[in-house]
Design a protein around this ligand. Sequence first.
Ligand code: SPV
Ligand code: MG
Length: 436
Amino acid sequence: MNEQKEKLIYVPMVADYIHHGHINIINIAKTYGDVIVGLMTDKSAASYKRLPLLSYDERYKIISNIKGVKEVVPQDQLDFVEAIQKYKPDIFVHGSDWKNGVQKEARKRVIEAMKQIGGRVIEPDYTKDISSTSISKSILSAGVSVDFRLSRLKKYLENKPLIRGIDVHNGLTSLIGETTSCNINGIQKEFDFLWMSSLTESTAKGKPDTELVDITSRLNTIRDVMDVSTKPIIFDADTGGKLEHFPYLINTLERVGISACIIEDKKGLKRNSLFGTDVEQFQEEIDDFCKKIEIGKKSTISNDFMVIARIESLILEKGLDDALSRAKAYIKSGADGIMIHSRRKSPEEIRGFCIKYKEIDNRPPLVVVPSSFNSIYENELEEMGVNIVIYANQLLRSAYPAMVRTAKSILDNGRSLECDADLMSIKEILNLIPDV
Ligand code: SPV
Ligand code: MG
């Protein structure tokens, strides 16, 4: 046997969509020896970019059947140093694209770790005219199936300690929630899910947030949102309506591919929580709300659809103990998640709840909406045990003042020249939504 062939070659990849760039890398790697692919687990991939479309097991099946791949092992960290120390490869292969940009630091650590074990790094040229990002875009532009979208929220929750979502109330805000991203030290951040807020949807329709906008109307908005997005959706179901109607609502939401609904423990005419005790609003009896959760859960068709129970005790000044006993009761009734809300400016009230919530065994995911207590960072919420963060209304609250300013400027000046500097250009608006 050729001595060279006994070498161990480590090739890390996500391989969500196999393209000739992957094959080029594997073909080059195998000329040096036995190829071990370090396949990023769902968790490790989700820690720095969008959760892969294919699961680890599916990707494993594909990669392990590629000619030239001797073994596939889980790469369960973003950093490769531990894998290098574990497998002690003679050669580490990575496409040259990591020399610049976000993976620069990871590359330095790999070169150092390989030096320490007497190995080396080979960086084949990046295959031109192909990128996973552009493939991802074109796959997703065709849309996603009902089941895929519905089940995706649970998958995110399984693979990320904290997920974030943003309010959407029409096609345009959905596009923003779908496509906005940023890169911070190599981590690609984006919104994991879309929040269909009752506040912003009714406000955008010029209506009060009192369950006046009915489900028939909201289904039209759901369609607009789904037409331009692929991300999972959490639906703000207000009180869930009448007990007898709730199963119908759940089945309607499941049929179109919504992943979860949040129902709040209020009764009578629902008012927005951020009014707090400034308006008259009543909390539902614990037993009655538990019954609603039970009936809702019993009526679900999909195992993946989540019924999340929202506690209004802190909003209505009923105190932490009331909130906690409700959390326990709602969990016992089958709630797939608990949302705790607060309208205090300081995050201490929420922190107090989170500390106690962490003591509950087998607790489901915890949801918060930091609209008032907005000084708190996501990493602090994660440490507190929060799993789902909803930015519930900021898109609409930023758009409205800008629109009022523009309208006023036109009246003040008798023309639109003065406001032009604050506007996107005609060309930009024309190209914002490309023709198909
Ligand atoms: C919504 O977005 O409609 C909510 C959250 O229910 S809040 O407005 O804070 O009550
Ligand atoms: Mg609401």
